[in-house]
Design a protein around this ligand. Structure first.
Ligand SMILES: [Zn+2]
Length: 375
């Protein structure tokens, strides 16, 4: 008797959430569609539609049915009732994205600017973001928040940074950004944000390791569809697993880390930092590029085989190099399969679904996800 009310409240919340999520998956729905698809009674559907319309989250979008007969009104999601913003801060770039409630990219902007932990840099970031928002025509009340992806380790509170050797971020980066960005801000490790984007794009994906092959190597584990952060927010750091004992010196202070051999700069250093030019040269059969790529693929095969042996799940290739892997994935699979004790293929190797801006998008998607879950 005493817990009857909380159960009713809970059921109402579940119904509302299911109805909203059904709109996320369908372009247009009638009340009758919702009754049939979700096994709900008409008064429940009507009440929830009225509420969601009053909040501006859905709208009438047309009608359906035979001419002459009674036509049923269709309703659709107001996709940009709310938007989430994402920022990707790297050594040389500052990227902004805006996503609607379905997670679709509305617009993005990339600035070439060298990172420095200075007042003027954060001020510039705030100014450029304001311009980005104005150009897109967003109202303040539309904006759910700003997710910031960083090449750093971030505490579980999504506020403070506790390890940042690639770019010199201070532990109080959030406060410094907040001075110029008047919206809720959350910080995310870059690879975790990109992995979150992959889980969003592939809702059926259960377990996977996201390997970020950018100018530094990041990694993120996805277990049961959720990013696994570890006990101390340090999981997935494949970049600092020793690949060559006593090998090249890593920026982290150790020797022979995966990062030294798989960073995209191993390739782009041959073409003045232009990775696309490297792959063009490789395609044209440039001998030095061909040799360098052969070595790179062997190190990559060893690394993905380590991941496969430890985790027994798909390995997604992302980051700058991941974006060029389409033409070389079969070659890599052959090399990786040769190293595998148990199987003769490497079908576990997958290309990333989201080639560009996946870090900024992932950082923004956390806000979309939280909003959807709050309904
Ligand atoms: Zn290292």
């Amino acid at each position: 008797m005493t817990n009857k009310k909380p159960i009713n409240v809970e059921i109402k919340k579940i119904n509302r959430s299911n109805i909203y999520r059904h709109f996320l998956k369908n372009e247009a729905l009638t009340k009758q569609n919702l009754v049939a698809d979700l096994q709900l009674c008409l008064p429940t559907v009507t009440k929830n539609i009225d509420e969601l319309m009053a909040e501006g989250l859905i709208e009438k979008s047309g009608s359906q049915g035979h001419t002459g007969g009674r036509r049923a009104v269709t309703y659709s999601l107001v996709r940009n009732a709310k938007v989430a913003l994402g920022i990707d801060i790297t050594q040389n770039h500052l990227t902004f994205v805006a996503l609607d409630l379905t997670g679709t990219l509305i617009t993005f902007k990339r600035h070439r600017i060298r990172f420095e932990a200075s007042e003027s840099y954060y001020q510039y970031t705030g100014k450029m973001l304001k311009e980005f928002i104005q150009n897109a025509g967003f109202r303040d009340e539309q904006i759910l928040g700003v997710g910031v992806g960083l090449p750093a380790l971030v505490d579980a509170d999504k506020k403070s940074i506790f390890y940042s050797q690639i770019i010199n971020l201070s532990p109080s980066t959030l406060e410094e950004l907040a001075r110029y960005i008047p919206y809720p801000i959350e910080l995310y490790n870059d690879a975790n944000a990109a992995a979150f984007t992959e889980t969003w794009m592939n809702p059926d994906m259960k377990n996977a390791f996201y390997l970020m092959l950018s100018n530094n190597i990041g990694g993120s584990m996805v277990i049961n569809g959720a990013v696994y952060s570890g006990d101390g927010q340090r999981s997935g750091e494949i970049g600092h697993v020793t690949l060559v004992p006593g090998g090249k010196r890593c920026y982290c202070g150790q020797y022979g880390c995966v990062d030294c051999y798989l960073a995209a700069t191993n390739l782009s250093n041959l073409t003045d930092g232009n990775l696309q030019a490297f792959f063009t040269g490789l395609k044209n059969g440039e001998p030095l590029f061909t040799r360098t790529w052969d070595t790179y693929l062997n190190y990559l095969a060893s690394t993905v085989n380590i991941l496969r042996m430890l985790l027994d799940c798909n390995v997604i290739l992302g980051g700058y190099v991941g974006g060029y892997m389409d033409a070389y994935i079969d070659d890599l699979r052959v090399r990786a399969a040769r190293l595998n004790t148990f199987t003769g293929d490497a079908d576990y190797l997958k290309l990333c679904s989201y080639k560009n801006e996946s870090i900024a998008a992932g950082a923004a998607l956390y806000f979309i996800d939280a909003f959807t879950n709050s309904l």
